[in-house]
Design a protein around this ligand. Structure first.
Ligand code: SAH
Length: 243
């Protein structure tokens, strides 16, 4: 939708009066008509949806800035020891994640109880409120790593299907000469599915399986990050790259 920037003095109760320049722009340049909609911005973070009425626009509603990332991010996170997942859920929610799926990998020690999952969902809700997000991230049921690639039961519907083009898949790998995650992101703003491993790392077999299924192995830097730090680091990179 078309936008105009206004001076706050132009705003009165329920309406915004256009100046001559805006009037010309709306009717002559944009060729909009009476009752069409346009967005007015005051340039300092407020915006309104207007319905055009000759020399003024009626305020239909104030538009609340959308704090969500412009694409969906799904984190596949191998469960770390202890309460580490609490921090992952909290921080990654603040950073804009859409879905978090706990992974059981070969080197994962923990099997979470139903209570833990409820607790993570509550943490996600509180963190979403804290960060003034419009959506509360979904915390999925734990999934076995190998089941990600089994179309019948995979929680990733687009995986292995034609819709695949809408998604980029990444797997974070601590060692070896891997492509820098930030650089691989700059290629486009597609939806992201990204996996991070457990304290003991991925097995060779897991890594191979992921790569066979179009996951790109990527690096988050030269240091070995803890299993709790890696997903938070990946989300930080994504949230900055998105702006
Ligand atoms: N014990 C393993 C490291 C595991 S770190 C080893 O010694 O190799 C836990 C997980 O965090 C890894 O499986 C990986 O997914 C992620 N990770 C840690 N550091 C990383 C880095 N520098 N780049 C990419 N991923 C990293």
């Amino acid at each position: 939708m078309q936008r105009i920037v206004i001076n706050i003095n132009q705003k009165e109760e329920g309406k915004i009066t256009f100046n001559q320049e805006q009037y010309h722009y709306i009717f002559r340049v944009l060729r909009l008509e009476i009752d069409d909609n346009i967005i007015a911005l005051d340039g300092v973070g407020h915006s309104w949806l207007l319905q055009i009425k000759s020399d003024h626009g009626l305020i239909v509603k104030e538009i609340i800035e959308n704090p969500e990332l412009p694409f969906d991010v799904t984190l596949l996170v191998a469960l770390p020891k202890g309460n580490g997942f609490d921090d992952i859920v909290r921080c990654c929610t603040e950073l804009g994640v859409k879905t978090i799926i706990p992974l059981e990998t070969e080197r994962t020690l923990l099997k979470p109880s139903a209570n833990k999952i409820l607790r993570w969902r509550k943490i996600a809700q509180e963190a979403a409120e804290q960060s003034e997000r419009l959506i509360v991230p979904q915390i999925g049921e734990p999934v076995k790593f190998t089941d990600l690639f089994n179309q019948e039961i995979s929680p990733l519907p687009p995986l292995l299907t034609e819709e695949k083009q809408d998604y980029n898949y990444y797997i974070c790998v601590a060692r070896g000469d891997r492509q820098n995650f930030l650089k691989s992101l700059e290629k486009g703003a597609k939806n992201i599915i990204i996996a991070t491993g457990p304290e003991g790392g991925w097995t060779e077999k897991e890594l191979e399986l992921a790569i066979q299924n179009n996951f790109q192995p990527v690096s988050l830097g030269q240091r070995i990050l803890r299993a709790v730090t890696a997903p938070i680091c990946a989300m930080s990179i994504i949230s900055i790259a998105a702006n």
